[in-house]
Write a new protein. Structure first.
Length: 249
């Protein structure tokens, strides 16, 4: 009886248990065929030193995944996004355009670059929030922002802050600015809220005449000291707003 169990019943039990575990297991990453490996062609018209760090993608991403360095590969891809979005774009004549501030160009490849990051590692929530915020509120491309948020929600359905951004974007599209501001106020309370969103909200308040609240947000940006560029912007805004509101503020 022991031999029968060992040769027939035990293998069947092992197979059955393995099958059940496999069928109930949810793989934490998108399928391999959904990864974006062709990002390099977005910058094929640039000379090599003018291409964002890590923007080659393709084979490099594949090697990173092959050796189990998914997070490192995603981090390099994220650095590529920051370098791309933090630099001046070139105009059609190949000259750098300095007529806009940080994030004020077209940045046609931004959505694809952010999707590359969040598909490599969906746990990089900040990348989703940052990309969606930039596209919706800085570049006025809410539909692309929604695509990024939908991707984030699909991979992380319980991370409710994505829904917060969805609501804010919908209110923006409908022109319901009071509701949008309310949701953005909720968003900036959390440590993982991108500094960019805080600056956007501060600028909205300033445009609407609420200089006091704008000053409070810029003070928070300055005191956090997270992003050097925004800290410098906050310093200028604080000086202007204090002069406008009076020395007692």
């Amino acid at each position: 009886m022991t031999k029968v169990f060992s040769f027939f019943i035990l293998p069947f039990l092992i197979f059955f248990i393995s099958f059940k575990i496999h069928s109930n297991f949810i793989f934490p990453f998108p399928p391999f065929n959904q990864l974006i490996f062709d990002i390099g062609k977005e910058f094929s018209d640039r000379i090599s030193y003018d291409q964002p760090l890590g923007s080659k993608g393709g084979f490099r991403d594949f090697i990173g995944l092959l050796f189990g360095a998914r997070r490192l590969t995603a981090d390099i891809a994220w650095l590529s996004v920051l370098q791309y979005y933090g630099s001046h774009e070139k105009d059609q004549g190949g000259e750098e355009s300095h007529s806009h501030e940080f994030g004020g160009g077209e940045y046609d490849a931004l959505k694809k670059m952010v999707l590359r990051v969040v598909r490599l590692d969906p746990s990089l929530y900040y990348a989703t929030l940052y990309g969606a915020g930039a596209l919706a509120f800085n570049l006025n491309r809410p539909n692309e922002a929604m695509e990024i948020l939908e991707e984030g929600i699909k991979q992380n359905p319980f991370y409710w802050r994505f829904q917060l951004y969805v609501g804010a974007i919908i209110y923006k599209q409908k022109g319901q600015l009071d509701n949008m501001v309310h949701l953005l106020e909720n968003a900036i309370r959390y440590p993982d809220c991108p500094t960019m969103i805080k600056s956007i909200l501060a600028n909205i308040y300033r445009e609407r005449g609420n200089d006091k609240r704008a000053l409070e947000i810029w003070l928070d940006v300055y005191e956090s000291g997270k992003d050097p560029w925004y800290v410098e912007q906050a310093k200028k805004q604080i000086e202007e707003l204090r002069q406008k509101l009076g020395s007692g503020v």
